[in-house]
Ligand binder design. Sequence first.
Ligand code: COA
Length: 261
Amino acid sequence: MTETLLVGTEVADRIATVTIQRPEKLNALNREVLDALDAAFTALESRDDVGVVIVTGAGDRAFVAGADIGALVEMSPLSGKEISAHGQAIFRRIERFRCPVIAAVNGFALGGGCELALACHVRVASTAARFGLPEVGLGIIPGYGGTVRLSRLIGLGRAVELTLTGAQVKADEALRIGLVTHVVEPAELMDKARELAGAMASKGPLAIRMALEAIHHAQDASTDEAMRYEASLFGLLAASDDMREGMTAFLEKRKPDFRGA
Ligand code: COA
């Protein structure tokens, strides 16, 4: 493990596993945990040997049970705005990370924990996972992007209902409504996450990066603008060694040896 004790990082086979490690508080996000998470991504930003990141929570009860309520209770209007913007910036950075980020949700993913999972590119869950945005029950609203991302993922009607009721969603329901893409037994969760990560890590790193870039650009752009952007990135990849390697390997009936250039 590297970085701080609050967030650990392990790297193997081009896959980094980032683990939030505050299990006695169900991995609740206080300032120190958020900053350690940010630092973990900073350390991974420049590592050529990392092609996919998996984010998970320590222990068998929680992914992340939300922002630390003990730290929020004293907030003022100004500090509240800053707390929200700080978490938003870190989660946005994860969403725009240069390579895929997979959330392996092993238990409670509530409030900020649900929002962290939403900021990741792919979500897999164990049967023990529980998702929800309970903030309105505390007299606040989701402040780390939940009001923005949930409706984009599962549709407006379901997102509004979940946000306004604060209800918890079990793993099988999360799968049904598209909040996660796979549900497996707890003991199989990390294997499933690594299987998906491995499939992505074996592809051309530049292509993976550009695909993410195009998909995210399309979220905020008009259809015509998004198509233009897609065409530009498509064309740009023709300048890469990876494109030549990928196609040549296909024609030569061998596995490609991508270099990310
Ligand atoms: N912030 C701070 N501490 C939290 C926390 C949070 N979001 N979520 C859990 N904890 C702490 C508890 O206070 C408790 O600490 P303690 O042992 O020092 O008392 C510890 O984690 C274990 O949680 P506990 O509530 O005893 O477990 P439980 O099984 O009874 O309940 C939950 C689990 C997830 C249902 C419950 O902890 C909960 O509702 N958490 C808050 C969820 C939330 O509202 N998140 C959004 C915050 S904006």
